[in-house]
Design a binder for this molecule. Structure first.
Ligand code: C5P
Length: 230
């Protein structure tokens, strides 16, 4: 008999978002009548696939406890860490008594509020029988340059270059072990890179270009536009 697999979401939300130059972390800025993080979590919860959503929040964060979604029955709060990878690991630990090693975990940035249910299902349907898992990604339309001190050293083959988005979908046990082994390694800027370090080959699944990460002030207006179009 096949074991029933559960799907879990982990949302790192403990960053400060310095590049926004705002008075609060970017996940608490307003977007289409709610905060960015509320939009992100409502997108994940609407997909109706997750047994729980673990959200990693900075221990000094005064905004999170004020939000209604923090009390949602499927939302678990975990303490955020120094780097994004530490926050993700903390989210994984918060569900360790419930998740099986073979269960799938989708890690999604709090700062990507425009994720669609369609992209969540595309990722899951494409990878559910894969041994390793993978990530939503986008190909590059621009010509890409290798640059040092404003001097162009060369042109990259853009057919080989993809931009890593989230969600990133991996098995609970494999992801937790990979992140624990990679702890403190600055090269680990997403989940896939922790698995790559173990010699594994995560897959890419082409996602929608409107799944942007809020990074700079102008991204909020763009995200609002995309949400209205969806
Ligand atoms: O800073 P950046 O936009 O790359 O962060 C991506 C995501 O990781 C954000 O949702 C941010 O809140 C989260 N993060 C975290 N813990 C950190 C740093 C970033 O949860 N220490």
């Amino acid at each position: 008999m096949n074991k029933i697999l559960n799907f879990w979401a982990v949302v790192p939300a403990a960053g400060v978002g310095k590049r926004m130059n705002a008075d609060r972390p970017k996940q608490y800025l307003e977007l289409a009548g709610k905060t960015v993080i509320e939009q992100t979590l409502s997108g994940l919860l609407q997909a109706n696939v997750f047994s729980a959503v673990a959200v990693a929040i900075s221990p000094e964060d005064p905004y999170w406890p004020e939000l209604e979604v923090a009390k949602h029955q499927l939302v678990i709060t975990a303490p955020g860490g120094k780097e994004r990878a530490d926050s993700v690991l903390s989210g994984l630990k918060a569900i360790r008594n419930h998740a099986n090693d073979d269960d799938w975990v989708l890690v999604h940035d709090a700062a990507r509020p425009c994720l669609t249910t369609g992209d969540i299902h595309l990722l899951i349907d494409t990878l559910v029988n894969d041994d390793v898992g993978g990530i939503l990604a986008l190909s590059s339309h621009d010509t890409l340059k290798n640059v040092q001190d404003c001097d162009i050293l060369g042109t990259m083959d853009r057919r080989l270059i993809w931009r890593a988005l989230t969600p990133q979908m991996f098995r609970y046990g494999m992801l937790k072990t990979a992140l624990e082994e990679a702890e403190g390694n600055p090269a680990v800027t997403d989940e896939a890179s922790a698995l790559e370090l173990k010699g594994l080959r995560p897959k890419i699944v082409e996602g929608r270009p409107d799944n942007i990460k809020i990074t700079r002030p102008e991204d909020l207006a763009l995200a609002q536009f995309y949400m209205e179009q969806q």
